[in-house]
Write a protein that binds this ligand. Structure first.
Ligand SMILES: [Fe+2]
Ligand SMILES: [Fe+2]
Length: 372
């Protein structure tokens, strides 16, 4: 069993200095290599015996969409998009005392600039996470021993290529370009790819990273009034719900045969992933780019009265899915305690994505609508 310090490199999950000390040291790199340690597995058992995965595969085959069909001719005003989406920046509207902070003399122009940067940063992290999903899922095609899972994962690879494509195109054509990957997100993706156990790829990517993405896309989809971004997110979410369901349905079967010690390792990995994802929300790179002292800016950002609710909502898919997999209560509730410390345990009885995914298939709904 590992201590918190061994798992995440610090004893206190809320140690802001330690979080900010981790930065992306090579922001100009164009290629980044990670050694994958897993074996590629052939299976000679071609019988499709896993019905839930087979259903998911059939659904994926008929829910493909073409990114070129999105309304790319929409005129996008980056300031308006940013203003509509800035739910997480409650300190810009006088609810936090800014006296003596770097924001003391900020006027409308600075806040608008900040919102634009923040929006680009958020979408850039979505983009990099999508590439992580592309690589992880291609890895699952190789490493998972079940034919039904190889079939399904191959459809997800196509989905993820489309997601990388649409976020990249939106950032370069409609906003002002990209931010590099956040150091905490990069660390997590590297850990997921390097792990030799095929189920850890699923846990890190399909359950944790994509579980958070599904919630985050849902938020932005509700907030945004920009029609291109709204439709783009709606279609990406249709795919993401299937991906998270793929993780839940595959791991549900696999975890039933693991020992208590093996389950404990999965709990620890889920905790590490949750902390890394939470750490990235300090969006330290935005302050750096704007020439603001990062420590001081983060201190103000943390006083935002809306922040705890917004941040915890991002775990609203992860926690019920972990519960469904039996990860919350194994090992005397070790992960339940950790999620309680992180302030996210209240979502444990929300609907899990293994149940919910079909209702989120907007592509199928649109096709049914236009056929009627
Ligand atoms: Fe994706
Ligand atoms: Fe995905």
């Amino acid at each position: 069993m590992s201590s918190t310090e061994e798992l995440i490199g610090r004893a206190n999950v809320n140690d802001i200095e330690a979080i900010l000390a981790i930065t992306n040291t090579d922001v100009d790199e164009v290629a980044h290599a990670v050694r994958a340690n897993a074996e590629a597995i052939f299976t000679w058992d071609y019988e499709q015996s896993r019905k839930p995965l087979q259903r998911l595969y059939e659904k994926a085959k008929t829910s493909q969409w073409n990114s070129n069909d999105l309304p790319w001719d929409t005129d996008v005003d980056p300031a308006a998009v940013a203003a509509a989406n800035q739910v997480q920046n409650g300190y810009g509207d006088n609810r936090v005392d800014l006296t003596g902070t770097p924001f003391q003399h900020w006027g409308d122009k600075e806040w608008i600039d900040f919102n634009i940067e923040s929006q680009s940063w958020t979408l850039s992290q979505f983009l990099h996470g999508e590439q992580g999903a592309l690589i992880c899922t291609a890895q699952i095609v190789e490493t998972v021993p079940w034919i039904d899972a190889k079939y399904y994962a191959s459809t997800q690879v196509m989905d993820e290529a489309r997601h990388v494509e649409v976020f990249s195109r939106y950032l370069s054509d409609k906003l002002h370009g990209f931010y590099p990957i956040n150091a905490h997100l990069k660390m997590l993706l590297d850990d997921i790819i390097a792990d030799s156990r095929w189920d850890m790829t699923y846990l890190g990517m399909q359950i944790m990273v994509e579980g958070l993405a599904l919630a985050a896309f849902g938020f932005m989809h509700q907030m945004t009034t920009e029609p291109l971004l709204k439709q783009l997110l709606r279609y990406v979410m249709s795919d993401e719900a299937r991906h998270v369901a793929f993780g839940v349905l595959s791991l549900k079967e696999y975890y039933e045969q693991l020992s208590a010690a093996e389950i404990r390792e999965r709990q620890e990995f889920a905790f590490e992933a949750a902390v890394r994802m939470r750490d990235r929300f300090l969006q330290q790179e935005v302050w750096e780019r704007m020439g603001i002292n990062v420590q001081e800016a983060v201190k103000v950002a943390l006083q935002d009265p809306d922040r705890p609710i917004f941040q915890s909502m991002l775990f609203s898919k992860i926690v019920p899915n972990c519960k469904k997999l039996g990860l919350l209560d194994a090992a005397d509730g070790w992960l339940r305690e950790r999620f309680t410390e992180l302030g996210v345990i209240q979502f444990e009885d929300w609907v899990d994505t293994g149940e919910e995914y079909a209702t989120l298939d907007e592509v199928a709904k649109d096709r049914a609508g236009s056929a009627a």
